[in-house]
Design a protein around this ligand. Structure first.
Ligand code: TRP
Length: 339
């Protein structure tokens, strides 16, 4: 019997290089899901324009950075389909059609929209309001069943479900109602102990050199109550030990460091030096792979375009079914030649 794998669709906006928080919270999970699911990984460059349309010069560079980080972290273009959103015009086309099924009031109630409007110094655009409709199109275009995301994305997955449901009821049932797969990894603290986030300046990047990594680790926030290396220290909630638990495979060694830290017999500097060494060891194969891939930008982009081409053959089929269902029967698969 042939086992049919469930289809996953998920992605990132190419907002810059990926950091350690992305790696432990997301990319490691995605890489593992490739063993059990039919995975589509989307670089959502159109979505970047919903807020950053005034900085078009950053998008292509950031897309390449994200792609390098994904591949280095184990996303495998042979087993999974990598999609560049803007290379598959059906994303925008399906979003336009699905937009007919959502009220403007519903989109205004979307909590991420409200947050963005508060933060932005811009008049919110129609594009920003429609952000989750485009995201629904991303998923439904490939009839994605499972969407691994962080908690902040749940309102968008809920809206995608509503749209799929509405479409299926009104016309015919072609779309699965996608389910969110919530990441269970706790959020990684950044070097300042806030959540690691690109906009906080507290990240350790996958592309950082060992020297940069060490420098960042040496400046990390630790136990603020500890003034001297002989003071008894706190291990609980201390980012140094959160990191050691993740990146030092020697559990006994970590236990020993914790005991000595609590007893005041090891200083922060020594723990940090050890952590930097462990982190650099952990990241070293990933960095080697990244450096190797970065040598041939053409091959890298070919990979993305190959994936997008494969994706497009599915996308155009789904768009055809959608258009037909919505009464646009005269133009399905009969587009007027460009010239
Ligand atoms: N909105 C997602 C984010 O900011 C990115 C994204 C775009 C996405 N399209 C998607 C995620 C489809 C999952 C499925 O992280």
């Amino acid at each position: 019997m042939v086992e049919i794998k469930k289809r996953i669709l998920t992605g990132h906006r190419p907002t810059g290089p990926r950091h350690l928080g992305h790696l432990v919270g997301t990319l490691t999970t995605w890489a593992a899901l490739q063993n059990t699911h039919d995975c589509f990984f989307l670089i959502a460059d159109l979505h970047v324009l919903t807020t950053d349309y005034q900085h078009p010069q950053q998008i292509s560079g950031n897309t390449q950075e994200v792609l390098l980080d994904w591949l280095a972290a184990g996303i495998d273009p042979k087993r999974s389909t990598l999609v560049l959103q803007s290379a598959v015009p059906e994303h925008a086309q399906l979003a336009l059609l699905l937009g007919m099924l959502v009220s403007e009031a519903r989109l205004r109630r979307n909590p991420t929209y409200k947050d963005q409007v508060k933060q932005l110094n811009l008049q919110p655009s129609l594009g920003l309001l429609g952000y989750p409709v485009l995201q629904a199109a991303d998923i439904l275009l490939y009839k994605g069943q499972i969407v691994p995301v962080g908690e902040d994305q749940l309102p968008h997955i809920e809206l995608a479900r509503e749209i799929a449901h509405r479409f299926n009821q009104l016309y015919r049932p072609i779309f699965p109602e996608p389910e969110a797969l919530l990441s269970t990894a706790p959020r990684l603290p950044g070097t300042d102990n806030r959540t690691m986030h690109s906009s906080y300046g507290n990240t350790i990047l996958l592309r950082d050199t060992p020297e940069e990594t060490t420098r960042k680790v040496m400046s990390m926030y630790t136990d603020p109550t500890r003034i001297h290396p002989t003071d008894p220290g706190h291990v609980e909630g201390n980012p140094l030990f959160i990191y050691l638990d993740l990146f030092d495979p020697d559990v006994e060694q970590v236990k020993d460091f914790k005991a000595r830290y609590q007893a005041g017999t090891v200083g922060d500097v020594v723990v940090k030096q050890h952590l930097a060494a462990m982190l650099n060891r952990y990241l070293s194969p990933l960095r080697e792979k990244r450096a190797e891939l970065a040598k041939d930008k053409d091959a890298l982009l070919d990979m993305l375009h190959d994936g997008s081409r494969r994706a497009r053959s599915i996308a155009s089929q789904t768009l055809g079914e959608t258009m037909e269902s919505m009464g646009l029967t005269l133009s399905v698969n009969k587009s007027v030649p460009a010239r």
